[in-house]
Ligand binder design. Structure first.
Ligand SMILES: C[S@@+](CC[C@H](N)C(=O)[O-])C[C@H]1O[C@@H](n2cnc3c(N)ncnc32)[C@H](O)[C@@H]1O
Length: 253
C-alpha cells in the first residue's frame, strides 16, 4: 500500500458506500490506498460515552472534548506510527488547493480529524494537530464531507488509482489552468453539434484547439489563476489566437 488515511469521526457509518465506490473504491480494493476509521466515542472515559460538553464562558452549542479525540488520535498513531501527519478539517484552516494535494502526496500516512457541533477544544488542536485545512469559506455541520473531499482528491493523484494517468495530468489546476471542454456521442444533441475539429481525427489540431480552449476559459472564468500562470511561447501564441477569435465573434454578433 502506498498511502494510508485514518479518519477520526463520530459518524464512521457515513463513509461505507463512499469507500466502496468509483476510483477510490478501486484503489482501496487494489491495495494502493488504505483507509481506517476511529470513532472518538470508543475512547471516551465518560460513563455515558458522551464526547461533547458546554463551552466555557457560555454561548450556544456544544464543543467536542479534547480527551476522546486525543485518545482516538493516539490509537491511530499507535497502529500506524507516530509520524502520521494529523490534519484537523476546519473552516479556519488553510484553504485546500490542487497544489497542496500534490504536496500531501509526500506524506504516506495522514490522519484526518472531523469536528462536529461548535468545533473542538482548542487545546486538542495545540497538542495533537499538525495543521488545519479548510474546504472553503463556508461552514458545514461536520468534517466528514471535507474528509471525503480530501481523501478523494488525494487518492486520484496516487499512481495507479485513476486508470489513465494522463487524465489526471489534464485535469483542471494541474498545469495552472482549467481543463478544456469535453464532448461525447452523439455528434448532435439538442440541436447542438460537437465542435468540428474534434471529429477530424487530426490529433495535432485537436491538441491545439484544446490548449486554446483551456487558456481562453481560464482567462474568462478565473483571471486570478490565469494571472499566475507563466505561459510558454506556444501558449502565448495560442492565447493571442483565442483573443483574435473572440474579438471576431463579438463583432459578428
Ligand atoms: C459547524 S462546524 C464548526 C464551525 C466553528 N464554530 C467555526 O465557526 O469555525 C463543525 C465542524 O465542521 C467541520 N467544518 C465545517 N466547515 C468546514 C470547512 N469549510 N472546511 C473544513 N471543515 C469544516 C469542522 O470539522 C468543524 O469542527
Amino acid at each position: 500500500m502506498s498511502h494510508w488515511i485514518g479518519i477520526i469521526s463520530l459518524f464512521p457509518e457515513i463513509f461505507g458506500p463512499f469507500l466502496n465506490a468509483g476510483v477510490l473504491g478501486r484503489g482501496i480494493k487494489k491495495g494502493i490506498i488504505g483507509v481506517d476509521l476511529w470513532n472518538p466515542r470508543d475512547y471516551t472515559d465518560e460513563p455515558r460515552r458522551s464526547v461533547d460538553d458546554k463551552p466555557y464562558g457560555g454561548g450556544p452549542g456544544m464543543v467536542l472534548k479534547a480527551q476522546p479525540l486525543g485518545d482516538a488520535i493516539k490509537a491511530a498513531k499507535s497502529d500506524k506510527g507516530e509520524d502520521c501527519h494529523v490534519i484537523y478539517l476546519s473552516p479556519q484552516g488553510r484553504q485546500l488547493t490542487q497544489n497542496m494535494l500534490h504536496q500531501f502526496l509526500d506524506k504516506e500516512r495522514i490522519i484526518l480529524v472531523s469536528g462536529r457541533y461548535e468545533g473542538v477544544d482548542e487545546r486538542l488542536i495545540e497538542s495533537s494537530v499538525d495543521e488545519e485545512i479548510s474546504m472553503g469559506d463556508y461552514v458545514l455541520s461536520g468534517g466528514e464531507v471535507p474528509a471525503m473531499a480530501f481523501l478523494d482528491g488525494l487518492s486520484r493523484l496516487v499512481p495507479g488509482v485513476v486508470g489513465d494517468d494522463i487524465s489526471v495530468e489534464n485535469d483542471s489546476f494541474s498545469n495552472g489552468l482549467l481543463e478544456y471542454p469535453q464532448y461525447t456521442r452523439p455528434t448532435i444533441w439538442d440541436g447542438k453539434p460537437v465542435p468540428d475539429i474534434l471529429t477530424t481525427g487530426d490529433h495535432k489540431k485537436i491538441d491545439e484547439w484544446r490548449k486554446t480552449q483551456a487558456l481562453g476559459r481560464s482567462f474568462e472564468r478565473r483571471p486570478d489563476l490565469f494571472g499566475n500562470k507563466r505561459l510558454t511561447e506556444e501558449e502565448k501564441r495560442l492565447f493571442e489566437k483565442y483573443l483574435e477569435i473572440s474579438k471576431q465573434e463579438r463583432t459578428d454578433r
